[in-house]
Design a protein around this ligand. Sequence first.
Ligand SMILES: Cc1cc2nc3c(=O)[nH]c(=O)nc-3n(C[C@H](O)[C@H](O)[C@H](O)COP(=O)(O)O)c2cc1C
Length: 313
Amino acid sequence: MAPLKGVTDHIFRNTFSRHFQGIDLAIAPFVASINGRKIHRKYINDLLPENNKEMPVIPQILSNSAKGFILLANRFYDLGYQTVNWNLGCPYPMNPEKNRAAWLLPHVDRIQEFLEKVVPSLKGRISIKARLGLRDNQEFGRLIPVLNGFPIDEVILHPRTGLQRYDGKPDLQAFEECISGMKHPVVYNGDIRTIADYQMLAVRFPTIERWMIGRWLLVDPFLPHAIKNGKRVGRNRAEKMKMFHDDLFEQYRDILNGPKHLLDRMKGLWQFFQFAFQDCRPGMEIIRQTQHPDQYKGVVDHFFQTHALCVTD
Ligand SMILES: Cc1cc2nc3c(=O)[nH]c(=O)nc-3n(C[C@H](O)[C@H](O)[C@H](O)COP(=O)(O)O)c2cc1C
């Protein structure tokens, strides 16, 4: 499961694993490093072991400070995690001044310096999640000789540039060139929407054994299981999706502070859920306009009764 900040928190991850099958592991959405301060439990609430009993998870750190990264990573290892993931892929926050995540990708020297400081000071292992570059699709390629010199568990690669965000298609040619030079195991990530997408990629990249899915898990939560089976199994998919939705709604109602936060969170999920349904625009508009949780719940119940799922395979 890919990290989706604001979406795939521990509530989502645990609930997903109770309702659906096929996901082996999640990378948690990033936690930004803090310089020189104690890390309070509340700050890493999403990664506390007691909140992560149902799905194996790897914490992810957003940082360009070796000191800050080491402090936070070692806190995670102390909690029992064996690996932490370094975010080198997010184009957000859109703040080039901070030179973090995808904004670091053009700076091979800074990445090398960072790893030279960080790797010997970690109590556990490190993996990386990256894109092809910030501005051009050759930047990650220039980084490969540096990455090959460090003990990195795996490299997750989304074959788009940071500035591209999600526009255009994943650049499979550039991905192919990258994996041929990489010493570390590579995970493919990007636009796996259907069994057919996965099968096409698996044929094209026979050395890839690990696959990451993000947005399309919310549109089609049956996809990971279907991919593993090579076909769709099970019936009553709309009903199962509604049970998943209702489970999330009840849990967020319990933990989020007030109706506005609850509605914001649920409407955020519909940014993705909507693509599972045919002709959903008018219904989505009504969901978007709801002002109170009870009203929201009534509107969503009606939506599920009146909208058919798109068939994706
Ligand atoms: C709302 C949202 C939040 C994201 N948050 C993170 C994040 O915290 N860390 C990260 O490495 N990538 C993040 N990503 C990128 C995804 O993990 C993933 O690389 C991307 O969505 C492409 O995969 P997909 O086509 O399967 O969705 C985010 C993407 C979205 C849409």
